[in-house]
Design a protein around this ligand. Structure first.
Ligand SMILES: Nc1ncnc2c1ncn2[C@@H]1O[C@H](COP(=O)(O)OP(=O)(O)OP(=O)(O)O)[C@@H](O)[C@H]1O
Ligand SMILES: [Mg+2]
Length: 313
């Protein structure tokens, strides 16, 4: 349903996307997981034809986002990161307007708006201006608007950010129902728990690059049962620390240059710790901190992304 190949995008010389590729099968839920500024919204904007990439390709349902933008828009429903609800209009009018803009005739547009208001438990407030809606109601109205015209792909940019736990659960259920109907879904999130719960597959991006992809089980397995970390005092010791961690863990370490921290999955925990000590001694590096911790779900995410983390945790 979706094929994204090697997207690159710069904003005034600052790279936002540095080669993002992903694919989503029909009826699949894909989570695009990443911290602030990772490039999630930029990917969404390219896919929904709102932004031209500098290079790379994206296709939705076989349609190229650059060559056939109108077809892509027809196949796609989108709920952006920031609400597109018109405060002056009522809930009903908001949905009716979108339905009409999508080319529906008056009667079906009215019916669709009514059905969606029921489905998203907004029927009671349907006649009230959206200005008086709570954040959760707004989010639900946005989600409802994304479904108008029964798009085969629904793109949701951080659909639950800022929602209370109950509204979040509601949204999760609705996403699940949508997928059960065969709709393909791309959702972005900063929450690993959300990706884990909803998605068939997860693509983790950080600083415009895909840093991991696969099912959540695979990502957790890749994170290993233990995490081994080394913190060094000087920048010129980093390369040696990376070599030592790679040797000890038998996998490619993640590097946090600011924290001068190197981390690697280590299936055999203590044994890996012994190996890293030997390797560091051989490199002639005196580490500031060396440690072994158990991998948690968050480690998968934190280990893969390299945002400004402190030296200790
Ligand atoms: N229109 C723009 N002009 C300049 N820079 C931009 C623009 N849009 C995005 N960027 C930059 O591109 C990078 C990626 O931004 P993007 O909005 O895609 O991140 P994100 O993953 O959606 O983050 P968030 O979780 O905060 O929504 C950031 O460094 C951002 O500052
Ligand atoms: Mg965003």
């Amino acid at each position: 349903m979706v094929v994204v190949e090697e997207l690159h995008k710069e904003f005034r010389g600052t790279p936002a996307l540095r080669g993002v590729s992903l694919d989503i099968g029909t009826g699949e839920i894909m989570a695009l997981l990443g911290p602030n500024g990772a490039g999630k919204t930029t990917v969404v904007r390219v896919l929904t034809t709102l932004l031209r990439p500098d290079s790379g390709r994206a296709r939705v349902d076989g349609w190229d986002v650059r060559r056939d933008p109108a077809q892509v828009r027809r196949s796609t429903g989108v709920a952006g990161q920031y609400s597109s609800v018109d405060d002056m209009l009522t809930g009903f009018e908001n949905l009716y307007l979108v339905a009409r803009l999508r080319g529906m005739k008056r009667a079906p547009a009215r019916r669709t708006a009514g059905d969606l208001l029921d489905r998203f438990r907004l029927a009671e407030v349907a006649g009230r201006p959206a200005a008086g809606y709570s954040g959760g109601m707004r989010r639900r109205l946005d989600l409802a608007a994304a479904l108008i015209g029964e798009p085969s792909l629904v793109v949701l940019d951080e659909p639950t950010t800022g929602l209370d736990p109950e509204a979040r659960l509601d949204t999760w259920e609705e996403v699940g129902r949508l997928a059960a109907r065969g709709t393909t879904i791309l959702l972005t999130t900063q929450y690993l728990e959300e990706a884990d719960r909803l998605a068939d597959r997860i693509t983790v991006i950080d600083r415009g690059r895909v840093v991991a992809a696969g099912t959540s089980d695979r990502l957790k397995a890749a994170a290993g049962t233990s995490r081994l970390f080394v913190v060094v005092a000087r920048d010129d010791e980093m390369a040696a620390a990376v070599r030592a961690a790679r040797l000890a863990g038998g996998a490619e370490p993640t590097v946090d240059p600011r924290g001068r921290r190197v981390e690697v999955a280590a299936g055999d925990g203590q044994e890996a710790l012994a190996r890293v000590l030997t390797a560091l001694r051989a490199e002639g590096v005196q580490a500031l901190e060396i440690g072994l911790g158990r991998a948690t779900l968050d480690d998968v995410f934190l280990g893969l992304t390299t945002r400004t983390r402190g030296v200790t945790r």
